[in-house]
Design a protein around this ligand. Sequence first.
Ligand code: ATR
Length: 289
Amino acid sequence: MKININGKTSVFGVIGDPIEHSLSPLMHNSAIAMMGIDAVYIPFNVKPQFLENAISSIIPLNIKGLNVTVPHKTEVMKYLDRLTDVAKAVGAVNTIINDDGALIGDNTDVYGFEMCLKKDGDVEIFPERISILGAGGAARGVAYACSMRDEVREVIVLNRTFSKAEKLVEELSHVTGKTLVPMPADKETLNRMLPPSGLVVNATSVGMYPDISSSPVLDTDVFHDGQVICDIIYNPLETKFLREASSRGARTVGGLAMLAYQGARSLSLWTGEDAPANVMLDVLREKFR
Ligand code: ATR
């Protein structure tokens, strides 16, 4: 990749800790090259104790936009000037926009999840009943995306620590006005709740590299054809959860497209131009080949 940085080059980047394994620089710089814009995307390893300083440097350094990743997505909110409704509802920011000296916090993970289902899973209309596994930050974005859809009647949030599922449900029900139901994620409950769910999303970290021989679901009988089974994990591309669902005839969707679409949305917000999500997804796929 030829990089031509000059005095007018716009700077974008990502802050996180650790950051060395982030795929964002690769996909964003590929998209920037394809778009033919004068910009560069840089990874910044920001330790938690330097987060406030890092954020207060955005405007003086004229950084145009940043992505935010683990562990800063929630903590960063208090240092920003404004939050979008989505970021407020989800309680997490993954994108900061430097809007002429005002820092706006947005969350493009929600869009990424919806587009991932649409483009990779052919899901235009969500099913009436959806089960979400997990109650952390990622599950919150997924639960928000699902419960904002008019066609969805019930969103079930199943988590190992039941109290966290209760907390997520209580907070999000106020925002979305939808029926969200907290449940424990034990085998008996999963066996009861998953078969009648048209969409099941794994938003836990179970099955993520290097824990590739684990699945959040122990009994594979819960899967059947007619279901869409989504894992927001992208490493490995096909988790044990997806492999087992696929073997039972369910349609499966992995997390790589979500990564590409959230990135494309961030880049569009910063540049005001359509970012090539397909190019971003292709370079990610290439990386995993
Ligand atoms: P993220 O921001 O990626 O969602 P997180 O907030 O740490 O990360 O949430 C991780 C989720 O994975 C939680 O729902 C967690 O369950 P608990 O709330 O019970 O901790 C879930 N999780 C992680 N390891 C798990 C395991 N071994 N079995 C079941 N659930 C697990």
